[in-house]
Design a protein around this ligand. Structure first.
Ligand code: SF4
Ligand code: SF4
Length: 129
């Protein structure tokens, strides 16, 4: 989702387009409508469009609040001993296909541990809870 939004106050004056130092704003008139365009890859996030807009129509809050946008959700593989997340299913598939080996679903704590060591670790963890 774009951080740059123009709200319903916009009257199409083009002050933002004409004052953008990065040429990240543009417009075109087509039949009965004017369309304002924004290019994220050119935008320098300087906020000048927001400052010059006489209508208070440029909403820059998404940049100013510095939030994170969710871009991807992936399924996780968990350690088969303690249940800690260790890697994503697709990462495991990538490694398996390039190494031609199955990837063990074990976290760093339990990788290479003998079953009795794992049992001892789990028992001491439970005792401390
Ligand atoms: S300066 Fe503001 S009102 Fe003018 S076109 Fe840009 S967003 Fe719309
Ligand atoms: S933030 Fe700056 S670079 Fe981006 S569109 Fe507005 S004026 Fe242009």
């Amino acid at each position: 989702m774009s951080f740059f939004k123009v709200n319903e106050n916009c009257n199409g004056c083009l002050a933002c387009v004409q004052n953008c130092p990065a040429s990240a704003l543009n417009y075109f008139d087509e039949k009965d409508s004017r369309k304002i365009l924004h290019n994220m890859s050119l935008c320098a996030r300087c906020g000048h469009c927001w400052r010059v807009c006489p209508q208070d129509a440029v909403e820059f809050k998404y940049l100013l609040t510095g939030r994170f946008d969710l871009v991807k959700t992936l399924d996780l593989v968990h350690c088969r001993v303690c249940g800690e997340p260790v890697y994503t299913v697709s990462f495991g598939d990538t490694v398996s296909s390039s190494t031609k080996k199955d990837v063990e679903a074990l976290c760093p704590d339990h990788k290479g541990s003998k079953p009795v060591d794992v049992w001892k670790k789990l028992a001491s963890r439970r005792a401390s809870q």
